[in-house]
Design a protein around this ligand. Sequence first.
Ligand code: HEM
Ligand SMILES: *[C@@H]1O[C@H](CO)[C@@H](O)[C@H](O)[C@H]1NC(C)=O
Ligand SMILES: *[C@@H]1O[C@H](CO)[C@@H](O)[C@H](O)[C@H]1NC(C)=O
Ligand SMILES: *[C@@H]1O[C@H](CO)[C@@H](O)[C@H](O)[C@H]1NC(C)=O
Ligand SMILES: *[C@@H]1O[C@H](CO)[C@@H](O)[C@H](O)[C@H]1NC(C)=O
Length: 497
Amino acid sequence: MFDSILLQLTAVLAVVLIAQQLYHRYLARKWACGDILKVDQDYFGIWQARKLFADRNDGVDLQEQRNRFNRYHTETFRETLIGRELYYTSNLENIKAIVNFQFNDFSIGYRYPAFKPLLGDGIFATEGHKWKVAKEVLRPQFVREQIRDLDHLEVHIKNMAAIINNTHGQVFDIQDLFLRLTLDASTDFLFGESVSSLTKSEYEMGKYTFESAFNKVQKYIFARSILQSLYWTYNPKDFRECLNVIHTFTDTFVQKALSLTPEELDAKSKKNYTFLYELVKITRHRKTVHDHLLNIMLAGRNTTSALISSLMLELARNPECYEKLKKDVFENFGDGSDLSCVTVESMKKCNYLRYCINEALRMYPSVPQNFRCAKTATTLPRGGGPDGQDKIFLKKGQAVFMSFYTLQRSELYYGKDANEFNPDRWATIKNPGAFMPFLSGPRICLGQQFAIAEASYTILRIAQMFPNIKSFETEYPPRISANATMKLRDGVMVSLS
Ligand code: HEM
Ligand SMILES: *[C@@H]1O[C@H](CO)[C@@H](O)[C@H](O)[C@H]1NC(C)=O
Ligand SMILES: *[C@@H]1O[C@H](CO)[C@@H](O)[C@H](O)[C@H]1NC(C)=O
Ligand SMILES: *[C@@H]1O[C@H](CO)[C@@H](O)[C@H](O)[C@H]1NC(C)=O
Ligand SMILES: *[C@@H]1O[C@H](CO)[C@@H](O)[C@H](O)[C@H]1NC(C)=O
C-alpha cells in the first residue's frame, strides 16, 4: 500500500521534471537560443566547490575566475556547484541586459530576508515597491551640494595623519586606517556625531561598541545571503547581540533627532549637513529613518575604503605615478596650507587624480561581482552557440553571476596592458563602456559622486602631507577577500613620510 503511493509519487515527480525540461527546451528553441558552454564538468560539482573554497581561502578566487573565462575563451559559461547550476558572465551586453535593459526580469534573490535583521526595509535590501519608496526619499539627498562636505572630512583626515606621523616612516597597514576613516566619516555624516575610531586605542575598539558590532554583523549577514533559501538556519546568539548593539545605538540618535522642534532642526542643519536631520524633515517615521541610516552606512563604508586602499597599494608600487600625482595636486591645490581652494568642482579638474581614481575602480571594483536571479523564464543576448554570439536561455530562478572584475580587466576593451595599473590610459578614454564599478541602470549607486569626492580628497591630502611612499607588499597581484565588497587580504603595507 505505502510502496505503491511512493511509487506513484515518484512517477508523478519524474513526469513533472521531464515536462519542465521539455518545456524549457521548447522555449529555448522558440527564442532562438544557443547552448551555453559548460565548464569543469563534474557531476554534482563537489570538486568544483572544494576548489572554489580553496581559492577563496587563498584570496585568489577573482583572479582564478578571470583565468577561467580566458582559458575557455568565453565571456559566459555555466557550471554545477553542489548540485546547482550557475551561470557566469563577464559579457558587456549580458551585464547591461541584467542590470538595465531587462531589469524587471531579474531579482536580487534572498538578499532581503538575509539582510533584513540589519537593513530592515532599506534601499539596499529591498526591491519592487519598497525599494522604489526608499529610492524616492534618498535620491534628492544625493544631488545636493552640501552632502559632499569636505570640512568635516578634514577633521578625520587630521586624526589619521596624526597616526601616520607616529609611524615615523615605518611600515604599517594603511587599509586598517582607511576602514576607520570611512567609519568615522560615515557616522559623522549620517548621525551628526562620529564614533571617532581613529582617536581610540585598540582596546576600546575591541569592546562591544557600535564599530565592533557593525564590523562583525556583516560577516553574519553575508554568510546568510550565501545560504540562499536556508538563510534562516543561521541566526547565532552573537549575531543577535551585535544587532542589539547597533539598533540601540542608532535608535538613540533617531530619537534625539525626532525630539527636536522644527526651529532646532533648522538651526542644526544651517551650518553642517547631517543626513539624519535632513531625513527627519522628510519623514518622521522612526523605523524608516533608522533603516535608511544603516543602509547608507553599509553601502558607503567598505566600498570607499576599498577604493582608496587599492589605489594606495598601486601608487606605492608605482612611484612614478605617485610623483605625477603629487605634481598635479601641488599645481592645483598647493601644499595644503590653504584648503579653501579644494572643492568638489576643483577636484574634478585635477586630471591625474581623476585618472588614478578611475584606474583603481577599474582594476579593483569594490563590488567585484554581483549576482541576480531570473524572475521568469527569459533570455540574455550573448553566450549561446559555438561562438557565443547567440542568445542563451534562463529558466525561472536561474542564478547569474556578473564578474565586473573580469569585465574591467578585459583585453578586448583595455588592450594588452589590461592587467596593469596605468592611470594615463584614462586621458584617451572618452566613453568607457566596459566600466561599471557603481553598476548601471535603476539600481546604480546613489553615492557615486559622494564616494569619488571622499576618495579624491583623502588621496590628495595624503599626497600633500606625505611626499615619500614605499611599498612593502610581498605578493603581486595582491590577494583579495571577495565578499559582498572586496578587501585586500594582507592589508596595504606601506611607509609614508
Ligand atoms: C567607491 C565607492 C563605492 C562603490 C564602488 C559603490 C558601488 C555600488 C554598487 C555596485 C551598488 C549596486 C549594488 C546592488 O544593488 O547590487 C551600489 C549601490 C548603492 N550605493 Fe554605492 N558604492 C560606493 C560608495 C557609496 C557611498 C559612499 C554611498 C553613500 C554615501 C553609497 C550609496 C549607495 C546606495 C544608497 C546604493 C543602493 C542604490 C539602489 O539600490 O538603488 N555608495 N553602490
Ligand atoms: C605631522 O608631522 C608634520 C611634521 O613632521 C607636521 O607638520 C604635521 O602637522 C603633522 N600632522 C599631524 C596631523 O599631526
Ligand atoms: C567591512 O570591513 C569591516 C572592517 O574590517 C569588516 O569587519 C566587515 O566584515 C566588512 N564588511 C564586508 C561586507 O566585507
Ligand atoms: C570574506 O572572505 C574571506 C575569504 O575570502 C573570509 O576569510 C572572510 O571571513 C570573509 N569575510 C566576511 C565579512 O564574510
Ligand atoms: C558643525 O561642525 C563643526 C565641525 O565639526 C562643529 O565644530 C560645529 O559645532 C558644528 N555645528 C553645529 C551647529 O552642529
